[in-house]
Design a protein around this ligand. Structure first.
Ligand code: HEC
Length: 152
């Protein structure tokens, strides 16, 4: 759907508040750890950008679920993470390829049959990989869970 794709992009651009893999709590102690490479806040990797777009798509889908409109007209983009450049290669942990493939299968299932169940499986796929590869955004991703919001 063209219109929703455009608003997804707009949302993605708005959500520039960067969530890196490392938690921001470490900021204060950074000055005492001269060994750490300086962070590059202005540089967003291809992989990180795809993640922000996905996150924006989840926000839209969750809104649609919450409002009762339903997600039947929405799609989630099936990125090929393996072809996107990460911020640094240490992010491509062991198992990254199979986690990507598993995630992609959840996205395809959602796009074939958009609904609350397939949506939840997609969010589960985000979480599985982030527990292994990049724990920083987990807190944010957990807010995308349909059941959690529903229970509030
Ligand atoms: C196969 C593993 C994997 C899956 C699946 C995955 N992520 Fe990520 N995610 C990563 C990695 C690795 C990074 C770090 C990317 C970088 O900095 O280059 C990342 C980064 C992020 C970021 C931070 C981006 C930034 O601005 O720096 C967010 C937010 C995020 N992911 C959300 C999600 C959401 C939401 C999903 C599900 C729709 C998801 N991720 C699925 C591995 C994954």
């Amino acid at each position: 759907m063209k219109a929703s794709r455009r608003s997804v992009l707009a949302l993605a651009l708005l959500s520039v508040a960067a969530v890196s893999c490392v938690s921001d709590v470490s900021d204060q102690s950074k000055s005492s750890q001269g060994k750490l490479a300086p962070r590059q806040p202005n540089k967003t990797s291809e992989l990180a950008l795809s993640m922000r777009n996905l996150d924006a798509e989840l926000v839209l889908a969750l809104e649609a679920l919450n409002s009762g409109i339903g997600v039947e007209s929405l799609t989630i983009t099936d990125h090929d993470f393996l072809k996107l450049k990460p911020t640094d290669s240490s992010m491509l942990v062991d198992g990254f390829q199979s986690l990507s493939m598993a995630f992609s299968a959840h996205v395809k299932a959602f796009n074939d049959q958009p609904g609350a169940d397939t949506y939840s499986a997609v969010v589960g796929g985000c979480i599985s990989c982030h527990q292994r590869a990049c724990p920083g955004p987990l807190e944010r991703i957990e807010k995308r869970q349909w059941a959690v919001i529903e229970g509030k």
